[in-house]
Every structure is written in C-alpha cells, then in structure tokens.
Ligand binder design. Structure first.
Ligand SMILES: Nc1ncnc2c1ncn2[C@@H]1O[C@H](COP(=O)(O)OP(=O)(O)OP(=O)(O)O)[C@@H](O)[C@H]1O
Ligand SMILES: CC(=O)C(=O)O
Length: 728
C-alpha cells in the first residue's frame, strides 16, 4: 500500500487554498522569508502570480507546513522540530502573518498580538511536544471584505496543539486544518491542482491531544478487505446503493409499539419502513408484554442487521384514567353524566364509570372544576362529589382512550395542589426502570420531569446498576415545571422529547408550537438529541392518508431540524402504522431535499459547550469539519468514534452531507441511531486512522455503498484530526 501525499490548490469561487506539506529535515531551522518577496506578495492582488514565491518557500527544505491562502490575506506558521532519540521535539515556532491592507483598522496586528500571546502561553512547556510527532501548523484568516475576526479559544487551541484553524467569519469558506505529519519523512510532492477526484481526510483526538484538521489528496491502492466486516442495516445499504449519499434521510423516526405492531413481521415492516427507535410505553401493557417486544426487536437486529434502538417510556406521576375494561375507546356524548372514581372495581364496572389512578383525585377536585381528558379532547364539568366518586357532566363530547391523561382546571387555571407534589418517578416507575436496565434498553424516557435533580439521580442509579452504564436518559418536556427549568433539565439529560400531548394539556394550545421551537433550539445548542412527539399524524389512526395540516406540522418539525419524529397511537394501535411511517419518511426526505436545494444555511449560533480543553478540541474540529463539508460539497463525513461524542457534535452542526458514524460498539451504534444525519455502522478499528480509512473504503466499496471519486471528510475521536480524501 503506497500513499502519495499531494498538495492541492483548491479553487473555490473567489478563494484559493494552497495546502502543502513539506517534510522536515532533522535540523533546527527557521525559514527565512525574503522581505522583497513578501512585499511582492503583499502588493499582489492576483494570487496566481504569488504562487511561484510561495512555491519557493515551500520548497525550502527547512520548511514543512501547510499554507492556506485566501484571497489576499494569509498567515503562515512555521514550526521547528528536532528529533531526539526518535521523538520529535518542538523547538520553536515562527509565525508569519501576511496581511493586506483591507482598510479595516489594522486587524492583522491584533491577530499578531493574539498569536504571540497564545504562543507564549502554550508553546514553551506543552507536554505534547515531547510525545508526538508534530502536526502541521497554520493559522489563517479569510478576511475577504471583512476584517479578520479571530476567535480566542480556537486560536489558542490551534496553537497549543500545533494545528491550524480558520477564524474567519466568512460564511463561504472557513476551515480548520492540521494533521500529524512525519508519516513519510523526507518525501516531497509538488503542488498539483486539486480535483474532486482526490479524497479529503480529517481526523482528531481528545485523548492524546494530537489535534487538527488536514487536507490532503490520497491516491492509493488500499488493497483488499482484510477480512473484517462492517455492519449496517439493510435499508440504509439499499438506499445508499440506489440513490447515493444525498438521498439518505437525516431525520430519525421513533415508533411507539402497541397491539398493532408488536408481532415480529409488523416490527420488521416498521424497520424496513425506516423505524430507528422502537418506543415502549410502560403506561400500557405488562412487563412480560414489553419484554416480548424487546426480544423481537433484538432478534430483528441480530438476524437482519438493523440497529433499532429501544426506548422505554416511564408512566410517571401523571393523573390518568384507567383502562376501559378491554375496550379500545369509549364515546362520551354531550350532556351525559360520567363518574370518575378512585375505587378499585373488583367486579364489573358500572356503565359510564371511569377509574382514576390518583388516590387524592376526589379530594383535590371541587364542584365547578373543569376536567380535561387528553388536554381537551373531551371536557367535563364536576357537578357532584360523593365519597370516592366524582360525577361529571360532559360539556365537549369526544372519544375517551384507555389511560388518557386527566387535568383539572379552576377559574381558567390548571389546578396544581397536592397533585403537583407527586414524585416524578413513582414506585412503579422505579420497578419499570429496573426492568429496563435488566433488559438493556437503550433509552429511558422520563415522564413529567420537573427538575434536573431527578435526572441526575436517575443517571447515578443507572450507572450503579447497569452492566455498562450507558442507558441514555431522555427528559420528556410535558409540564409547566419542565418548561420553567428547561435548560438545566436538558443539560442534565442525554436528550429530550417534546411531549406535545401532555404539554398541550398544561399550557394553552397556541403556546405549544413556540414551546416546541424553543425546546428544539435548546437541545441543539446543548448538543442533546430531541424528539418531536404526539399527534403528528393523529388522523392516520383511523384513515390511510394524513390531513394537509398534519403534513405541514411534520414539515415544520423537519424544518426545525429536530433529531427525530415520533409516532404514538398511529403506530401503537392505529390501522395504518406502515403508511403513517411512510408519510413521516417521505415528508422528511422532501423537506430535507428542499433545504439543501435552497442552500439554506443555519443561522443558529452554536455556543461552546465543552467542559474540558480536550472536548473543546473535538468541538472545534467537528464544527470546522461540518463547515468544510458544506463548502467543499463533500459527499459524506466519516467519523470514527468510540463513545459517539464526536458523531453527535457533527450531527449538531447539521451538515448538508450524511455522517457515517463508525463505532466498535453495538450499543453506541444503536444510541446514535436517534441522532440527526448519523448513519451508524459497527466496525472494528484501531487507533491508526490511515488503516481505518483504508479499511472502510475497501469494505464500503466492496458492498457498493461508496464509489471511486466520492469526496469524504473523516474525523476521529481517537486521534483528533481531520482528513479530506477522494475514495480511490
Ligand atoms: N403497550 C400497549 N398496549 C396497549 N395499547 C397501547 C400500548 N402502547 C400504546 N398503546 C395505545 O396507543 C395509544 C398511544 O400511545 P402512547 O404511548 O402515545 O400513549 P399515551 O397514553 O398517550 O401516553 P403518553 O402520554 O405517555 O404518550 C395509547 O393511548 C394506547 O391506547
Ligand atoms: C409522548 C407523550 O408522552 C406526550 O405527548 O404526552
């Protein structure tokens, strides 16, 4: 296997990027740059005519580096390394910023100062200098019409790790770049024209600190498959083969499993239809029933190669009706009197009698209160209290469903008395959670979360009890309390669900869309997957086609770029579960396509969320890689991830291309299946990125999932770096 590293000139509208690696000699050096030459470049508005000088610098055997140039503004960083006993030691670094007078207040000087400060702070004693081969190091800015706007954190990080990073605010073309070198010392390859035939490879590592992003063309014969396998589900494989990368669906789909879909064939039909996560609701059915469903989904995964994850949803302390004595629904007519009772009926329940799960119900309600079923699907007025029985007059007729949610209102406000003091996780929920842990579910969705505290508690509980401690906790946002403490709850959780059903029973309906938008945004900012749930296609419980309004609702959730959409009754007990899933799938695909065709770009500011320096590196790399993927219009992002973190950071940026997430761990693979744009593969890989990438290319090519010439960016969380390549 022979690899030739090439230098490229990337031609993009109004911008040029020259990337070069020049391999080092073992001597200490500082490149000398001729002042006249520098002046020449400075005064030269046409980059092409500067190339000969740049080439000369690059050919200087003392220089080894990347050079990135954009229009008339660039900075070079030369670093000097010496090999001592086979290790590369950073001796000194030389920064050269060539700024052109853009008439904008001498910002380049600011950059120079910043660079000097970072260098002073990070270089002298950076521990990595003694442990790792040097990474190429270039800081650059793409000033275009604007003054450069360095980002302190990223610049500092780039320099401390000896990798280069763009800090441009130019939306067009901002990149980060660096990569470990010395894989091929003393080899020098001259500048060649960049072509989309070459592959771009990007990689990064949080653990060992070798950080960066690099662009290089790799033309190589990767050899044949070394015998290992890659696991991906049959549906994705077929989609990739037939329609290519662009056609893959980015929005994930969650299906609630109920009587309509609990058989193996029905589950398989959902998997074929694109179900990424199967949700079981502990509100309904017995543990044995749920166990049987879990086993069938696991079998499906094992036998058919799917990665359908299981989400267990707790019942929570909501007040709800009991079941309806086996009936799937009951009709309440206008003017009828129904009894809501906390009695446990041993024998047959009287007609028009509904049980309520909350013992304090009869004490909490007052005559004159309004009782809402499922947030207003049916309304009653309390007319009389007789011990445990509450007589109610139906004022808004409708269909009562088993275990429907109940809220009661007084003078137009939700009554929040003793009922609001109920614990988030009831004693039944704890038993269900133990069941979920024992069954190895992938997600536990917690109903009616009020604060972060309960989530932290649950996470410690799971960690102490589960074999691998990796069950992700999803907070359901469905109450006034959860909205009040939204950020802290989401921060503490591994994801959130916009549970619009119960939320709409607690806040006025017209506020639900705004709450949805806010929750989706906060989740995205905090890098937590978010599911939009309930009544997306409610009419499809009974009818084979959705209403126009439902399609618009689904479209809006996709446009908000939620990670996932969820079917509830439509798949649990509806007559057309497969059709409902098809609608979700096709609307998602259409809206995503429209988004890309319109070349819409995110306006959302993604704040820094890293809690450690190493996480900052990952974050910067992923943000940069995603931008780079959009700017270079690459076909796919590859991420090699052990715990899924870098994959989710890439997903957070919502790049235009799909993200192939390779992980060695089956559990991580299933968990990633909930996140926007990620196509999770299971693959054994090593810490050697070259081997990983070659192996992946070879395996995917053999299966017809990629082809020669596809342009790919790869990042990795074992070795923090970025590489850009064409599939050979
Ligand atoms: N395991 C099950 N067994 C029987 N029916 C089920 C089951 N799961 C769901 N259903 C039916 O599908 C409907 C919608 O399911 P979903 O899980 O959304 O329930 P829900 O009662 O609205 O609870 P939640 O508020 O937690 O979503 C339920 O009302 C119930 O009729
Ligand atoms: C899904 C759910 O629990 C709700 O919408 O209320």
């Amino acid at each position: 296997m022979d690899k030739i590293r090439q230098t490229h000139i990337i031609d993009a509208p109004k911008s040029y990027m020259v990337i070069e690696e020049i391999f080092p000699s073992n001597e200490e050096y500082l490149p000398k740059v001729d002042k006249d030459e520098m002046d020449l470049i400075k005064n030269n508005k046409e980059l092409e005519s500067s190339y000969p000088i740049i080439m000369k610098w690059l050919h200087n055997p003392r220089t080894r580096n990347f050079i990135i140039i954009r229009e008339n503004n660039f900075t070079l960083t030369f670093s000097c390394w010496r090999q001592i006993m086979g290790l590369n030691h950073l001796i000194s670094t030389y920064f050269l910023t060539i700024g052109f007078d853009d008439g904008k207040n001498g910002k380049d000087e600011e950059i120079q100062k910043l660079v000097a400060e970072k260098r002073r702070r990070h270089y002298p004693c950076h521990p990595r200098c003694l442990r790792h081969p040097p990474a190429a190091c270039v800081y650059f800015n793409f000033a275009q019409q604007q003054p450069p706007t360095p980002n302190l954190e990223s610049t500092s990080m780039a320099h401390s790790l000896n990798f280069f990073l763009s800090t441009s605010t130019s939306p067009e073309f901002t990149h980060s770049c660096s990569k470990p070198m010395l894989q091929n010392p003393h080899r020098f390859v001259s500048l060649t024209k960049f072509s989309r035939k070459s592959v771009v490879l990007v990689s990064a590592s949080a653990d060992n600190g070798l950080g960066g992003l690099g662009l290089s063309a790799v033309t190589a014969d990767y050899g044949s498959d070394n015998g290992s396998t890659i696991e991906v589900d049959a549906v994705t494989e077929a989609e990739l083969k037939e329609n290519g990368f662009r056609s893959t669906r980015r929005t994930k789909l969650v299906c609630t499993i109920g009587p309509a879909t609990c058989g193996f064939e029905q589950l398989e039909a959902l998997a074929v239809g694109g179900m990424n996560v199967a949700r079981i609701n502990m509100c309904h059915g017995t543990r044995d029933w749920h166990k049987a469903v879990i086993q069938k989904v696991r079998r499906l995964n094992e036998e058919k190669g799917y990665a359908v994850a299981i989400m267990m949803d707790t019942e929570g302390s909501e007040i709800h009706m009991g079941d309806l004595g086996g009936a799937s629904s009951a009709k309440a007519e206008d003017g009828e009197v129904w009894t809501f009772s906390v009695r446990a009926y041993e024998a047959l329940r009287p007609e028009r009698c509904i049980t309520v799960n909350y013992d304090g119900f009869a004490e909490d309600v007052r005559v004159g209160d309004e009782l809402l079923v499922d947030g207003g699907m049916v309304r009653f007025e309390v007319i009389e209290k007789i011990g445990p029985d509450v007589k109610c007059l139906c004022t808004d007729p409708g269909l009562l469903l088993p275990r429907a949610n109940l809220t009661f209102w007084r003078d137009g406000s939700l009554v929040r008395e003793r009922n609001a003091m109920l614990p988030t996780i009831s004693s039944k929920d704890w038993l269900d959670i133990d069941f979920g842990i024992a069954q190895g579910v992938d997600f536990i969705a917690v109903s009616f979360v009020k604060s972060a505290e309960v989530i932290n508690h649950l996470k410690s509980y799971i960690k102490a009890r589960s074999r691998d401690g990796v069950i992700a906790v999803i907070s359901k946002i469905e109450s006034i309390d959860s909205l009040k403490n939204l950020e802290e709850i989401i921060q503490a959780s591994d994801g959130a669900m916009v549970a619009r059903g119960d939320l709409g029973a607690q806040i006025p309906l017209e506020q639900v869309p705004l709450a949805q938008q806010k929750i989706v945004e906060v989740c995205r900012q905090l890098n937590k997957p978010v599911i939009v749930a309930s009544q997306l296609l409610e009419s499809m419980i009974e009818y084979p086609t959705p209403t126009r309004a439902e399609v618009a609702d689904v479209s809006e959730a996709v446009r908000q770029r939620a990670d996932a959409l969820m079917l509830s009754g439509e798949s649990a007990m509806g007559q057309f579960p497969d059709k409902a899933l098809t609608v979700l799938r096709s609307v998602s695909l259409r809206i995503e396509k429209w988004w890309r065709e319109e070349k819409r770009h995110e306006v959302m500011d993604l704040p820094d969320i890293a809690s450690s320096f190493s996480d900052s590196i990952s974050e910067e790399i992923c943000n940069s890689a995603a931008k780079m993927a959009n700017n270079l219009e690459v076909d796919a992002l590859f991420v090699y991830t052990k715990n899924g973190h870098m994959a989710s950071l890439l997903s957070r940026s919502r790049p235009d291309c799909p993200i192939f997430a390779f992980t060695t761990d089956t559990l991580v693979r299933r968990r990633l299946n909930l996140q926007w744009g990620l196509i999770p593969f299971r693959l054994d890989f090593s810490d050697d990125m070259e081997t990983n990438v070659n192996k992946t290319f070879s395996l995917l090519k053999a299966r017809g999932m990629i082809k020669s010439g596809d342009l790919v960016i790869a990042v990795s969380d074992m070795l923090q770096s970025i590489q850009v390549m064409n599939v050979p």
